[in-house]
Design a protein around this ligand. Structure first.
Ligand SMILES: NC(=O)c1ccc[n+]([C@@H]2O[C@H](COP(=O)([O-])OP(=O)(O)OC[C@H]3O[C@@H](n4cnc5c(N)ncnc54)[C@H](O)[C@@H]3O)[C@@H](O)[C@H]2O)c1
Length: 262
């Protein structure tokens, strides 16, 4: 029997997760979709899936084996903790939470579960770790193909800032990928972050300080300048909701045998 997946949040990413399950992921199917906007849930859900506007109903349903959280950043920590309560595995989109306090709460709850069961229930949507280009780059860093890395320069480009983007969320939502990927790439933690912003782009709305430049310090005092622009027009552009991705309709291998079935 396939793993029954419930998806919370049926916006751009939620719809992508649903489409991925339908076209490329073997051994799992989306059976439940929750969104506070019922119309979005209906539009994105597979025909036979249950629909709800209440994410708790989905999390606590006996018809859901695993959950994907793809709702707004501010909802992540609370929904993940609810999944932990239900002992249901959860893939949460990044960020785990937009605040340190919420993040620490989730980390502590996850540590308790690991201590009790030997396994975490949480995966995070930091997908760059699975991107073949990033994986090859990390391998070449580890193998010191170019020698000892002295500096990392990351550049992020979004064509248009999403509605409600603030200077803070440019970090917690967008630059969060770098906060994840730099320690992973260099195998050492970031120890200090500073932020600089010059004049904002005329495309940046509502006081958004964009573009911004950050400098991360890691153990060993290596300077890591990075640069993020959320509204620079040419740049990474999420695929429009109404278009389906031009992926071949093929399914991957099944879920690993080790996947904990209830
Ligand atoms: N991994 C990545 O690279 C990547 C890329 C883009 C977005 N994201 C993350 O994915 C998440 C969703 O982003 P998006 O671009 O799809 O946003 P979106 O605004 O298109 O969709 C969010 C959806 O969540 C729904 N929602 C909000 N609060 C809810 C709640 N309490 N319960 C149920 N549904 C709720 C909204 O109605 C909306 O349909 C965000 O956390 C974002 O940071 C990750």
């Amino acid at each position: 029997m396939p793993i029954r997946v419930g998806v919370i949040g049926a916006g751009i990413m939620g719809a992508d997760h649903i489409r991925n399950h339908a076209t490329t992921i073997g051994g799992a199917e989306v059976t439940y979709v929750a969104d506070i906007d019922a119309g979005r849930a209906v539009a994105a859900a597979p025909p036979a899936a249950r629909i709800t506007t209440d994410p708790s109903e989905l999390i606590n349903s006996s018809e859901v084996d695993a959950v994907v959280v793809a709702s707004h950043d501010s909802t992540h920590a609370g929904l993940v903790l609810e999944c932990f309560e239900a002992m249901t595995p959860v893939l949460c989109e990044k960020p785990m939470a937009p605040t340190l306090l919420e993040t620490l709460e989730v980390v502590a709850a996850d540590a308790n579960i690991v201590a009790a069961t030997g396994a975490s229930l949480l995966s995070l949507g930091f997908m760059r770790r699975f991107d073949p280009g990033y994986v090859a780059l990390r391998q070449s860093v580890q193998d010191r193909i170019q020698g000892e890395p002295l500096m990392v320069h990351c550049t992020s480009r979004n064509a248009v800032a999403g509605p409600g983007t603030t200077s803070e969320s440019a970090i917690t939502n967008s630059a969060i990928h770098e906060l994840d990927i730099i320690p992973w790439l260099l195998d050492s933690p970031i120890t200090e972050v500073s932020w600089q912003a010059g004049r904002s782009s005329r495309h940046a709305d509502g006081g958004l300080q964009d573009p911004g430049r950050r400098r991360y310090l890691r153990t060993g005092a290596r300077a890591l300048p990075t640069h993020t622009a959320c509204s620079c027009r040419p740049g990474y552009q999420p695929w429009p909701r109404e278009n389906s991705r031009p992926w071949p309709a093929r399914r991957t291998a099944s879920m690993p045998r080790s996947w904990p079935r209830p």
